[in-house]
Ligand binder design. Structure first.
Ligand SMILES: Nc1ncnc2c1ncn2[C@@H]1O[C@H](COP(=O)(O)OP(=O)(O)OP(=O)(O)O)[C@@H](O)[C@H]1O
Length: 974
């Protein structure tokens, strides 16, 4: 399961690399695998799987199917700076704690007063960034992917009053350009869904570890339910409202807002003390378009009632407005509010811990520590696409909170989610569809069965009739013509014979033609013979006519000669026979011709019969073929449905098996955790060896450690070694001591490590070094470490209570090394910002020492001195203005004003700004007004009101000049 609760083992190859620290180092380039795009959403190359539905038997089954097309994606983080409010402006602070470089997507945070660090984010919004732009960069890509079926989270994190609710929850009733992410997201979701889809919301708040329904505030303590198999988190008791349109949503959101509990704190009278979570549930219907089933789709994409059948994509958008992340002590919470802040801190702290653990690829993610982390388990390291906007204010007063907010954002950027498309079949529809298909097919099969039976009966009848008629025909054939009729019968059973028969038929016709020809010849021959006979008879007649007239004996003789008579008789007979024969032949031929014609006619009739029977055959054959085809089609359909059911069964089995595997995995992870905890209890031998032997370790090992710390690779994980490292601070080996103090100084640079360093005795050890070490490097590094610790309000009192101010003052006189003096001055300057320590600082000689360090002439040192004096003077003037203090400035005795007047015009711009501020604030002390005039302060104040590079300082100087009667008098006198 990959979520807040359990992706510890996942490789994070695409995690953004972190670069080494330094005065302006990039702690996190933050773009990593996702490239430079500022868009939160890299349009996923997630395929759009379609599910095919196949016809089945009459039983249907609904099996949950989660399509998984995972894609690694880092949590996207943007930072937004709130414009200065009246409090920020009134304070006319010496410097903002951040500098934005939006074109580089970079933010520079003043690390301390001599250096800053740069951090890169996915986007950096200046105070002028519009709500529209913030939505489009931070939330719109998430909203679009939610519409595509992915879960998404948009979350705001930051100190109270920095604009989380403004960014997320602004309704913009009067001015739509003011609308926040919630309204804009719903606007896009409503526009991106159709009437058949559904958009529902619930709105809840997490307050004091209790979930309350903001749409039904009477519902409190609503439990969170986690699906053991899918890990999905739900809050089943909450009200879910189906959204009709944007106006409807605005009404609901307003109702929820009015129910949201907001407690006043000193920091912001409208500060929200609860975490508000808007949940938007989207169900979208997607059409089936699987090409493989296109034919079946044509028939079955609607059920019998004409309803369309589809898959469902269910996705969820969380918009989370976290409670303020400031510390309890600073918000001035008391009593109930203190309790409340503890709970708020508990959930935010555990969110931070989870994010740290995920960013560090830890095997244990403490998701169960709070309800907030349980609710957000899918948003960090899970399968949702997540965008985080961290909001910060400009004021240096909240430097520590701003720094911790920025670090939270940086760590969140290292968290990688594995987004997954969540698509399910609309199982109800699928069942309906399968049932419909089954009904349809069953009906069709019955109908076809009936048709087939009818056809069969019809065919049998026809076959019978045909058999009868063919038997009769056969009989007739046999009777009429022994050979030809039999042949004819065979023809109808065999197409080859039919062709032969056809051929025969044409041959018969040819023979008839021959006969006609021959008849013609015979007739012609006959005619010719008849003509010969006639000619011969004429010849005989002519001889008979000549005989009486010639009397010629020869002729007589010839005529009476018996031979001649015989020849004549024979010839005559021959001709007569021949003629008779020919006549006979003609008659025979005529007879045969008639009989052949008759036969031909009969054969033609026979042919018609045969063709008729052939058509019957063809009909029988095609009907059989059709019904066979239909049967195989039905069988195919049945087979597909059966296969589909089997596949779904298989899938169910697979998922059950997978669930079993996951449970086993969980069990083994738990065992591992137990082992790990055991091993933590008794520090593993390797670690023990490493740290116990640290005394003897070479400086190279320490160097390596130092590098690691410098690279930011070791933060809280350093627990095992911190004590040992601290013990090395008083090592006899100078080299070891030097490296050890460097390690500690670098650890102290991280806010997150400071509490532990102080608890483990690190502050004492550092002060001891400042007091006793003669080594310049050690002195410089130890002072730097103390300066870092002194940035944090909670350490400042501790430092002075441990004589830190005096030790730093002594150190200031002990060395002339400019870099060491810069650190010492920086440390004192930080302490000057705490009004409770002013007296101690003065009494312990820290102010005098501060001024004394200007002897170095080093501009960096002078910058720190000026900053310290500005801090001091500002705190004093604030107390005076708030009526909490009256009296001469503690700075006057040590000659601060004279120093300021003397150095003002020779300093660099930024140092000059601090000096100008110090002069302005000192000028507000009425009790030193006269000294102020005589020391030349008034002249400088007038100059500042006119020429200062900063408008706010010019205004402060003018205001001071106006407000002091003495100054006004002086000005009039001039
Ligand atoms: N970008 C901005 N532009 C203009 N005004 C802003 C901006 N951000 C915040 N504000 C104003 O600052 C004030 C505090 O903002 P908001 O209530 O949103 O802070 P928050 O971080 O939600 O505080 P809390 O944690 O207490 O809820 C509001 O008056 C708000 O209108």
């Amino acid at each position: 399961m990959s979520s807040l609760g359990g992706n510890g083992g996942r490789a994070k190859s695409d995690r953004p690399p972190s670069s080494s620290s330094g005065n302006t180092s990039l702690r996190n380039n933050g773009v990593g695998a996702q490239g430079q795009s500022h868009s939160v959403r890299a349009k996923p190359a997630v395929s759009n799987p379609r599910r095919s539905v196949t016809p089945t038997s009459t039983t249907t089954r609904s099996i949950s199917h989660h399509h998984v097309d995972p894609e690694s994606e880092r949590v996207r983080v943007a930072v937004r700076l709130r414009p200065k409010n009246s409090e920020d402006l009134a304070g006319a602070d010496y410097a903002d704690c951040v500098e934005l470089q939006p074109e580089l997507k970079r933010l520079k945070l003043r690390k301390n007063n001599w250096s800053s660090e740069a951090y890169r984010f996915d986007e950096v919004f200046t105070e002028t960034a519009s709500q529209k732009r913030v939505y489009e960069v931070v939330a719109k890509p998430v909203v679009e992917s939610v519409l595509d079926g992915y879960n998404g989270t948009v979350m705001a994190y930051g100190q109270t009053g920095t604009g989380k609710t403004y960014t997320l929850g602004r309704l913009g009733k009067d001015d739509v350009s003011e609308r926040g992410i919630m309204v804009r997201a719903l606007e896009d979701i409503i526009a991106g869904t159709s009437a058949s889809d559904s958009v529902e919301i619930s709105y809840l708040q997490l307050y004091m570890e209790s979930i309350q329904d903001l749409l039904a505030p009477e519902k409190i303590n609503i439990p969170i339910v986690e699906d053991a198999k899918t890990g999905e988190v739900s809050v089943p008791g909450v009200e879910i409202v189906k959204i009709r349109n944007l106006d409807h949503f605005l009404q609901i959101l307003q109702l929820g807002e009015s129910n949201r509990h907001a407690a006043n704190t000193k920091l912001n009278t409208e500060s929200s003390r609860s975490h508000a979570i808007l949940m938007v549930y989207i169900r979208r219907f997607a059409e089936e378009k699987d090409q493989t089933n296109i034919d079946q789709q044509k028939d079955t994409s609607t059920d019998r009632h004409g309803r369309r059948l589809s898959t469902i994509r269910k996705s969820k958008l969380l918009i989370v407005d976290l409670a303020g992340s400031e510390r309890v002590d600073k918000s001035g919470s008391e009593g109930h509010l203190l309790e409340e802040a503890k709970f708020i801190n508990l959930s935010l702290t555990s969110l931070g811990k989870c994010i740290n653990a995920l960013a560090e690829n830890s095997s244990h993610i403490p998701i169960r520590d709070s309800k907030l982390t349980r609710l957000l388990r899918d948003s960090f390291g899970g399968s949702a696409r997540t965008s985080l906007i961290v909001t910060i204010g400009p004021s240096s007063r909240h430097h520590a909170e701003t720094a911790s907010t920025i670090m939270f954002g940086q760590r969140a950027m290292k968290v990688v989610n594995t987004v997954k498309l969540k698509e399910e079949f609309d199982y109800e529809s699928l069942c309906r569809k399968l049932e419909t298909q089954v009904d349809h097919l069953t009906e069709e099969i019955d109908r076809q069965q009936k048709l087939r039976e009818n056809d069969k009966k019809e065919m049998e009848k026809k076959l019978d009739e045909f058999q009868i008629s063919s038997a009769e025909a056969e009989k007739r054939f046999v009777n009429r013509s022994e050979s030809n009729l039999c042949e004819g019968l065979k023809f109808h059973k065999n197409s080859i014979l039919i062709h032969q028969k056809l051929k025969f038929s044409s041959t018969t016709s040819v023979k008839a033609e021959d006969k006609k020809c021959r008849m013609q010849n015979i007739k012609e021959e006959n005619t010719r013979l008849e003509m010969d006979k006639a000619r011969y008879l004429k010849h005989v007649d002519y001889f008979k006519f000549l005989i009486p007239y010639t009397g010629s004996k020869c002729y007589q003789h010839q005529l009476e000669s018996s031979t001649y008579q015989k020849i004549l008789a024979d010839t005559t007979q021959m001709y007569e026979e021949k003629i008779a024969d020919l006549v006979k032949q003609i008659e025979d031929e005529n007879e045969r011709s008639v009989s052949a014609e008759k036969e031909t006619e009969r054969m033609k009739n026979q042919m018609n019969d045969i063709q008729m029977s052939m058509q019957v055959d063809y009909y029988i054959l095609s009907t059989e073929k059709y019904s066979n085809k239909f049967v195989s089609f039905c069988n195919f359909g049945l087979m597909l449905v059966t296969e589909r059911i089997e596949a779904l069964n298989q899938q169910l089995n697979d998922e059950c098996t997978r669930a079993g595997e996951i449970e086993e995995e969980l069990e083994s992870t738990k065992n591992l955790l137990r082992e790990y905890q055991d091993s933590v209890q008794s520090i593993p031998p390797c670690l023990r060896k490493f740290y116990i032997n640290l005394h003897e370790t070479t400086t190279n090992e320490l160097r390596l450690l130092f590098q690691k710390v410098k690279m930011g690779k070791i933060f809280l994980n350093f627990v095992f070694g911190l004590k040992k490292i601290l013990s090395l601070l008083d090592s006899g080996d100078l080299d070891v001591q030097t490296h050890a103090v460097k390690v500690v100084a670098n650890l102290a640079a991280e806010d997150i490590n400071q509490e532990r360093i102080v608890r483990e005795g690190g502050l004492d050890a550092l002060l001891m070094l400042v007091e006793s070490s003669q080594n310049t490097t050690i002195l410089r590094v130890a002072s730097g470490a103390i300066a870092n610790l002194a940035m944090n309000e909670r350490n400042q009192g501790l430092i002075t209570s441990k004589r830190g101010a005096r030790l730093l003052a002594n150190a200031a006189f002990k060395t002339d090394d400019a870099q060491t003096l810069r650190m010492v001055a920086g440390a004192i300057a930080n302490l000057c910002g705490n009004e409770k320590l002013h007296v101690v600082l003065k009494d312990d000689g820290a102010i005098k020492a501060l001024l004394g360090m200007s002897r170095s002439g080093n501009s960096d040192v002078i910058a720190q001195i000026a900053r310290g004096l500005a801090n001091f003077a500002k705190c004093e003037s604030r107390r005076i203005m708030q009526g909490r203090w009256k009296g001469r400035s503690l700075l006057m005795e040590d000659g601060v004003l004279l120093w300021l007047v003397a150095n003002l015009n020779t300093s660099s711009t930024s140092t000059r700004r601090h000096m100008e501020l110090a002069i302005c604030h000192l000028a507000q002390n009425e009790d030193i007004a006269r000294d102020f005039i005589t020391s030349g302060g008034l002249k400088e104040l007038i100059e500042i009101s006119d020429t200062s590079a900063r408008e706010d300082i010019r205004n402060l100087a003018k205001k001071t000049l106006r407000s002091s009667p003495l100054f006004r008098g002086e000005l009039r006198a001039e």
